[in-house]
Design a protein around this ligand. Structure first.
Ligand SMILES: *[C@@H]1O[C@H](CO)[C@@H](O)[C@H](O)[C@H]1NC(C)=O
Ligand SMILES: *[C@@H]1O[C@H](CO)[C@@H](O)[C@H](O)[C@H]1NC(C)=O
Length: 216
């Protein structure tokens, strides 16, 4: 509850980039996705602040994340997950309409697949990271579910970052630290966030001004 209250109070006035990562689970004593989120918490890209939250790898965690996603008009929403066999940072290009538990769809009336709302052309142009991998399969677990839920909200409810541009969102799978040190993963994620915001087609604007515009 305190976390929701915190997000509601602080984030409302300054809607920026929401970055989610996961807590450790199962036999893993740490989770690089959550660690990267914490490392970037509070830093700025393209003049917007990164606000990080960590959630559990569970249905409760996914729903908690959805709560943050729905809070305010974010500039971008990026979810991080951990994949222990990944060789680099995997940019998930599409989410599948499938619930981790109980199977069945996330949204019964929703399309089977939803693509990222980020401009990947700009990402490809700007990043020069040898560890960048493209993926069309975010799995069938909570990582995929969290991603579908966010894309469904953005697309269904037409959340715009500005006129003519949907809020950019992408899911990134982070590899084990033995594959890529945490600082390098964080650096790459940060440059990606910058590209996503920069490429969203919206002129630079103060979040406060936008907030007044949207809610005032
Ligand atoms: C966790 O480790 C135990 C013992 O090595 C093993 O039996 C179990 O399958 C592992 N669980 C997962 C989710 O990897
Ligand atoms: C991010 O920073 C805020 C403000 O310092 C803090 O309240 C929040 O718990 C941090 N998030 C994470 C995931 O550590």
């Amino acid at each position: 509850m305190w976390a929701r209250a915190f997000v509601g109070l602080l984030y409302a006035a300054d809607a920026d980039i929401l970055l989610t990562g996961y807590n450790p689970w199962g036999n893993f004593s740490s989770n690089p996705s959550g660690d990267v989120a914490v490392l970037l918490n509070g830093s700025r890209v393209q003049n917007v602040m990164i606000r990080s939250v960590r959630v559990d790898v569970s249905e409760e965690g996914v729903l908690e994340a959805q709560g943050y996603v729905s809070e305010v008009g974010w500039d971008a929403i990026v979810h991080l997950g951990f994949e222990n066999v990944a060789k680099g940072l995997k940019l998930e290009t599409v989410a599948w309409n499938n619930r981790a538990l109980n199977r069945g769809p996330v949204a019964p009336e929703g399309p089977q697949f939803l693509p990222t709302t980020g401009d990947l052309g700009a990402v490809a142009l700007n990043t020069h990271n040898p560890h960048e991998l493209w993926s069309r399969d975010a799995g069938d677990f909570f990582c995929n579910e969290i991603y579908y839920r966010t894309l469904y909200k953005i697309r269904q409810e037409k959340w715009r970052r500005c006129k003519g541009a949907l809020v950019p969102s992408i899911f990134i799978h982070v590899p084990p630290v033995q594959q890529l040190p945490l600082e390098e993963s964080a650096e790459f994620v940060k440059s990606l966030l910058g590209d996503l915001v920069h490429a969203s087609g919206c002129p630079g604007q103060s979040s406060l001004r936008r907030w007044w515009h949207a809610y005032g």
